[in-house]
Design a protein around this ligand. Structure first.
Ligand SMILES: NC(=O)c1ccc[n+]([C@@H]2O[C@H](COP(=O)([O-])OP(=O)(O)OC[C@H]3O[C@@H](n4cnc5c(N)ncnc54)[C@H](OP(=O)(O)O)[C@@H]3O)[C@@H](O)[C@H]2O)c1
Length: 329
């Protein structure tokens, strides 16, 4: 059956400018880390992607190693682009990354020019694309000179294989150095991808301020703490949940009684706001002006729809912020 897009898909989504660039990103972006691999149900992955695009989510985020097996999330998107979404290529921002272990030997990991360029070539083959919109160095590498990794990003952009360069998981000081190198090369850093949620607030300390000073956008990942900041685990560990699956990155040991107590308290505030906990957790990440987009995952269309509805209430009173801080401290 041929996919027919929703003609109203841009009506309700909010788009935020990414740093000082010409690009705007949807306030909610979709990541393909889990639920889009070779182990997952292809038809379900397809439905989630279609629903996202139909809801104005123009940005899909990948990395070379997403799956499992590694590479298979890019293959899944590649198949769906080929069958249905390719006519909309110019309406999409597709990103991928390299930086974590991808292949055996000394050249399939970290931040060398050799790894970054070879990995993007492999990603493009899996995606069936000539270029991605954003290519990221996925994590800092203390052993490779920063100049080498940034020169590789600059080369990739100049070669036309990516339109923009990004960095991920870099601390504030390395971010400043990296953005200065990229700026001097004439390939400004578009965006930083950093973990941020109610349980992990490290970007508030220095990173956001650095990014704003450098004019770089910020997309925050795992805003639901991989599903913890939802009602998913309040009544046990469902077998089909990330923590319930053997290949899920969230481990049962992380779901402690103390954490569950906090999650229940947070949910009470969400209910008073007439939101689900997931919606409140997403709105909370978007309350900071430096955050361009919040990058979610979803295992079902229902979760995705529920999450997008977070955009209907992004305001927090100072009492609500104080109450949330009180629970998190
Ligand atoms: N740069 C990096 O180093 C890095 C690292 C990690 C992630 N990322 C990016 O960030 C993206 C998002 O990360 P994430 O998947 O950890 O994000 P997340 O939004 O924190 O967690 C997504 C998971 O939460 C559960 N969930 C989502 N909506 C829900 C709802 N409304 N109700 C109940 N449960 C809900 C689902 O888990 P179930 O499967 O249990 O249903 C879903 O798979 C990734 O896909 C990737 O693109 C980047």
């Amino acid at each position: 059956m041929q996919y027919i897009t929703n003609p109203d898909r841009y009506k309700d989504m909010t788009y935020n400018r990414c740093g000082k660039s010409g690009i705007k990103l949807p306030a909610i972006s979709l990541g393909l880390w889990h639920n889009f691999g070779g182990v997952d149900n292809f038809e379900n992955s397809k439905k989630i992607l279609f629903k996202a695009f139909d809801s104005g989510i123009t940005h899909f985020d990948l990395a070379n190693n997403y799956g499992p097996p590694p590479g298979s999330a890019e293959e899944t998107l590649g198949r769906i682009l080929k069958s249905d979404l390719y006519p909309f290529r110019d309406e999409l921002i597709i990103s991928t990354k390299a930086g974590y272990t991808m292949w055996d030997g000394p050249y399939g990991d970290f931040g060398s020019r050799k790894y970054l360029i070879a990995s993007l070539d492999q990603s493009l083959k899996r995606l069936g694309l000539d270029y991605v919109d954003i290519f990221y160095h996925h994590r800092p590498d203390a052993e490779t000179p920063l100049e080498e990794s940034m020169l590789a990003l600059d080369h990739i952009v100049r070669s036309g294989k990516a339109l923009y360069a990004g960095i991920s998981n870099y601390g504030a000081d390395d971010t400043r150095k990296a953005t200065e190198i990229l700026e001097s090369l004439g390939t400004p850093c578009l965006i930083h991808q950093a973990k941020y949620n109610m349980f992990n607030r490290w970007i508030e300390e220095k990173l956001l301020e650095t990014l704003q000073a450098e004019g770089v956008g910020c997309i925050v990942f795992s805003p639901l703490a991989q599903g913890l900041l939802t009602d998913r685990y309040l009544k046990g560990i469902p077998a089909d949940s990330r923590a319930g699956k053997s290949h899920g990155f969230l481990k049962v040991e992380q779901i402690t009684p103390d954490l569950l107590g906090k999650i229940s308290e947070l949910e009470k505030i969400a209910i008073r706001r007439m939101q689900t906990l997931a919606q409140m957790a997403l709105a909370w990440t978007l309350r900071l002006p430096g955050v361009t987009s919040t990058l979610i995952g979803a295992s079902t269309v229902e979760q995705l729809v529920n999450n997008i509805a977070a955009l209907q209430n992004l305001q927090f009173s100072s009492e609500e912020i104080a109450a949330i801080d009180g629970i998190l401290k």
